[in-house]
Design a binder for this molecule. Structure first.
Ligand code: 0WD
Length: 257
């Protein structure tokens, strides 16, 4: 089996046990990795501590509200001091106002647009910059972000989040180019729809799941464990020549017209 023994990975975006970040955590932990967690705010601290303790990895847990530059800088500086070198990071963070995930994209407010892009797209660059500044991936590394088909084509109700995912996808490629010389790879997993806390904000989510079961080549939805296993591949040396890539973990739905 694939071993990440002796390697350390930062996981950003665990909200609860249904989070994609938690599926990734389990895959990496099963492979023997040491994990570092960051959480968005006090509201989520207890959840993250309980989950981390369920896998016996409570040594490195830090607050990191991705909208605040000082907090990002302080967190990654602290990770450098307390953890040392890291080998990868999973960025599993997104947010848009629920009023912007229903109806027409044309009605998106400037504020709603900014917020969705700040948290869901710029955050990847902010984190990559902090890693670079603090030389956290001194031995090279792998950054993995989570995207969705709604950034490639129009998906009903996904609206401003689709536009933010398009910005995230392009950011992933520019970052891959900038950081490649340092042995840092940057890739995205485009996950099929999964019922998580974030997904609750999207209008008509049940019908989206039904459509996948009807039309995807594998005729089923995907699990956070399956996304986690692809993240494990991207974090490992098995993918060492892959960067700037998007892997669809969606039961093949993206090939259907
Ligand atoms: O169908 C799905 N669930 C899919 C999700 C399909 C394809 C992609 N994705 C993406 C999401 O867009 C996101 O980028 O996967 C990523 C993880 O999302 P998730 O696992 O579906 O959702 P959730 O468990 O809610 O985790 C997202 C987390 C936040 O949770 P809440 O529920 O508190 O919004 O993003 C984090 C937070 O932990 N987050 C922040 N982290 C730091 N600073 C911030 C912030 N300001 N805001 C949200």
């Amino acid at each position: 089996a694939l071993s990440l023994e002796g390697r350390t990975y930062v996981i950003m975006g665990v909200a609860n046990k249904r989070s994609i970040a938690w599926g990734i955590t389990r895959s990496l932990a099963n492979a023997g990795a040491t994990l570092v967690f960051t959480y968005a705010g006090e509201r989520l601290e207890k959840n993250v501590r309980e989950l981390a303790s369920s896998i016996g990895q409570t040594d490195f847990i830090y607050p990191c509200d991705i909208t605040r530059d000082e907090e990002i800088d302080a967190t990654f500086k602290q990770i450098k001091e307390e953890v040392g070198v890291i080998h990868g990071l999973a960025h599993c963070i997104a947010f848009a106002k629920s009023e912007d995930l229903d109806g027409s994209f044309v009605e998106t407010s400037r504020e709603g647009f900014k917020l969705a892009h700040d948290i869901s797209a710029y955050s990847l660059t902010a984190v990559a910059h902090a890693i670079d500044r603090h030389e956290l991936m001194a031995e090279g590394g792998s950054i993995v972000t989570l995207t969705y088909l709604g950034g490639e084509r129009v998906v009903k109700n996904y609206n401003v989040m689709g536009v933010a995912k398009a910005a995230l996808d392009a950011s992933m490629k520019y970052l891959a180019n900038d950081l490649g010389a340092k042995g840092i790879r940057v890739n995205a997993i485009s996950a099929g729809p999964i019922r998580t806390l974030s997904a609750k904000g999207i209008a008509g989510f049940n019908s989206v799941l039904k459509e996948i079961e009807d039309k995807a080549p594998l005729h089923r939805t995907v699990t956070t464990e399956e996304v986690g296993d692809t993240a494990l591949f991207l974090m490992s040396d098995l993918s060492k020549a892959i960067t700037g890539e998007t892997i669809h973990v969606d039961a093949g739905y993206h090939i259907i017209g």
